[in-house]
Design a binder for this molecule. Structure first.
Ligand code: GUN
Length: 284
């Protein structure tokens, strides 16, 4: 079994990106900028946002953090996005999800111009992915593809099974694998015979959100197992959607949690911000 070391790959990418931002500053005389918007007090979101801002600083990207209270009105949230959309120092806008329930997230996200949509959530970016690629892609599934590439794990002609169909992870993940010539099955909470579907996977992607949901009897010998889950087990320890201890002996490649896909999400965000900067500045 080979452990896929996302932490180390992400570190390499972040180093490459800090070099890239240095070159940008020399060439264009300005810094890459990312606006991060956090509304409310979701504990996990606070940690994610803190990590994103720290990673920006380390990569030479200017961050503009906007922390709004949970009772923020729809109007105030929309006004903030409109002002960030017009701000020339801001090349990417990230609205951390989930938003408080009283807010219309879709409407708020729709105000982010596609050119600044570093999460790849805009209708236009999703449309490009669905029709074969070319736009900005959601950071977590993009990070998975980068890991597969760097570990030289073949996707062409392989049977990939994605468990989970969220807009942020499962759906774009399935489209990326399809674009990379895999034969893709998407499973979800209503899937009949989930175990049999998973057992057919050469590449099994777990994006369910349930601790240790994928057990060894669901994994084909020699499969690649990618764990996108971020959960707490009964002892309060961070764990993925895969029962790592038992699955690792069946898998040829497997990502740990923590230290697998998680660090790649942030690295891909920084990459998307740098790409957005370069596209904008080249046009200016
Ligand atoms: N919440 C959980 N994952 C993500 C992500 O990738 N982007 C945003 N904006 N919010 C998230």
């Amino acid at each position: 079994m080979t452990l896929i070391d996302g932490k180390s790959v992400a570190r390499d990418i972040r180093l490459e990106l800090s070099e890239r931002t240095r070159v940008f500053e020399k060439k264009y005389g300005k810094k890459v900028g990312l606006a991060v918007v956090l509304i409310g007090d979701d504990a996990a979101s606070q940690v994610y946002v803190r990590n994103k801002i720290k990673a920006c600083e380390e990569a030479g990207i200017r961050s503009f953090a906007h922390y709004l209270p949970a009772e923020t009105t729809q109007r105030a949230a929309e006004e903030l996005i409109v002002s960030l959309a017009a701000d020339r120092n801001v090349h990417g806008i990230l609205v951390q999800l989930p938003l408080p329930k009283h807010l219309d997230a879709e409407r708020i996200l729709s105000l982010i111009p596609t050119s600044k949509d570093v999460d790849g959530f805009s209708t236009e970016n999703i449309g490009m992915l669905a029709t074969g690629g070319g736009g900005t892609v959601a950071c977590t599934p993009l990070g998975v593809m980068e890991l597969l590439k760097r570990y030289r794990i073949e996707t062409r002609g392989k049977r990939a099974v994605v468990v989970g169909r969220s807009n942020i992870v499962g759906r774009p993940m399935a489209l990326l694998l399809l674009n990379a010539d895999a034969t893709v099955t998407v499973c979800h909470s209503k899937t009949d015979n989930l175990k049999e579907e998973c057992l057919r996977a050469d590449i099994l992607i777990a994006a369910i959100g349930k601790a240790k949901f994928i057990t060894a009897d669901m994994v084909k010998e020699g499969a690649t197992v990618i764990d996108i889950g971020m959960n707490r087990d009964d002892n309060g320890l961070l764990c993925g959607d895969v029962d790592f201890e038992h699955v690792k002996d069946r898998a040829a490649y497997i990502t740990p949690v923590p230290g697998g896909v998680g660090p790649m999400t942030i690295a891909m965000l920084l990459q998307n911000v740098c790409d957005a900067f370069e596209r904008t500045e080249k046009q200016a």
